[in-house]
Design a protein around this ligand. Sequence first.
Ligand SMILES: Cc1cc2nc3c(=O)[nH]c(=O)nc-3n(C[C@H](O)[C@H](O)[C@H](O)COP(=O)(O)OP(=O)(O)OC[C@H]3O[C@@H](n4cnc5c(N)ncnc54)[C@H](O)[C@@H]3O)c2cc1C
Length: 508
Amino acid sequence: MLDRITFDGPVIVGAGLAGLTAALAAAPRKALVLSPTPLATGCSSAWAQGGMAAALSDEDAPALHAADTIAAGAGLCDPAAVELLTTEGPAAVRALAMLGAPFDRQADGGFVLSLEAAHAKARVARVGGDGAGAAIMAAVIAAVRAAPTVEIRENARARRLLQDATGRVVGVLAEIDGALVEIVAPAVILATGGVGGLYAVTTTPAQVRGEGVGLAALAGAEIADPEFVQFHPTAIDIGRDPAPLATEALRGEGAILRNKDGRAFMADYHPAKELAPRDVVARAIHAERAAGRGAFLDATTAVGAHFPHEFPAVFAACMGAGVDPRVQPIPVTPAVHYHMGGAATDLDGRTSLPGLLAAGECASTGVHGANRLASNSLLEAAVFGARAGRAARDLAIGGESPLSAAPTPDLPDAALQALRQAMSRDAGVIRDAEGLARLVAVLDALEAAHGLAPTLVAAQLIARAALARQESRGGHFRADFPAMALPERTFVTLQDQEPGRAVRYAAE
Ligand SMILES: Cc1cc2nc3c(=O)[nH]c(=O)nc-3n(C[C@H](O)[C@H](O)[C@H](O)COP(=O)(O)OP(=O)(O)OC[C@H]3O[C@@H](n4cnc5c(N)ncnc54)[C@H](O)[C@@H]3O)c2cc1C
């Protein structure tokens, strides 16, 4: 007999910026946060370097931020979601500052704002150069720990969503300190982050591996745009897993991409060279490496001696691997960095299943379309995390008793590593039908051997939707269909054998 507890407030699965923001916003209702690791670890939020984008200066406006977001999204952004993100953005950044996030300030108290690629204005609020994520999370964690309404369980991982006979989500089956516990609750908010851990080369923590998307899909929720995965062009290629990041700001400062012969190659691929869109730079680096020429980011002139204080995180990662970026080019590779897809939600985080909400990277609000604009994701986690927390606040325990359910299977490590290799090889920066069909066969074989693990379900959703989308757009590039052709989002449930394209479901 499993332990069963009833919690009178939302259970929040994941303790990144989205989950913790939702927990604070649910007050005065109680919220229970599950985190597989100690707070501030195991989440991408604490690793973010650049900062948060928002129209915070007099020269900027939410409408300008929205226009840049929509341009980056390559035709698939939901304009209503973008408008909400960009109009609520400045207040969300100020609210984090009020909590104690120590954003860099000018002498007059205004935010120091960085200019990042594809933003028309300087609008990225930062902390200490490349330390935004850790500093923002430290402030939010202090607030959560002080909040009488928020309960935190570390060493706690969701293993299945509990549903009643109508399909309503009525809680979560969690593994807490190694024991399975059924937690019955009025709402579950998934905030499990992205899918980096499904790929062999990623910049995200290992715990972030699509489990929320897999759990939602297994419960029957609609998943949107799973094929759209963003690759950061310049992860540092020093054999570390996850790969440390050489922030985009280095190219902003004038660092040059060269191959092993020292040749600056970006002019061969795009007139904007190093400042070309992220997906273009990722494909260029991928092509140079695939041709055996290698790829290196040379910041010796652009940054040089200023490395230790201007880019301390990058400097430390390089030095730890015996590369001195002040005088040596940094070996780089594209790596999975962000997932635009996720559980389809309305503007308050509600998924297609009653009782289930989602926020942050594991949700697909439609804000990012086919490609996320740099530094919009911490903002999305804050804005939509708060909206989901408020939406869950008013829900009462309403469903019937949960049907009994076993935990979802876990992939053994060898199988997970095989999956990661196959995903990086065949659902990577450049895809084609042959590789994706090979990938689906690998995933089918893993499924036959190990059952429907949430990680495997998430990988299947990505692979099958990538195979179905016979065009190239944003983060999805098909060598066999290089042109844009299908300006529609993907909406799919696990029950659909072939991912279909459908009209967005009507929110409750
Ligand atoms: C190196 C790096 C740099 C970045 N820089 C920036 C930047 O400058 N600006 C920007 O806007 N974005 C940046 N991003 C992206 C941004 O950090 C993320 O998109 C954002 O933090 C996601 O927040 P989240 O709360 O949705 O997920 P996360 O912060 O990833 O949190 C997910 C949480 O869910 C937990 N979890 C996962 N599975 C389970 C489960 N089964 N049960 C319980 N818990 C689970 C995880 O352990 C974690 O606690 C960066 C990302 C990386 C990796």
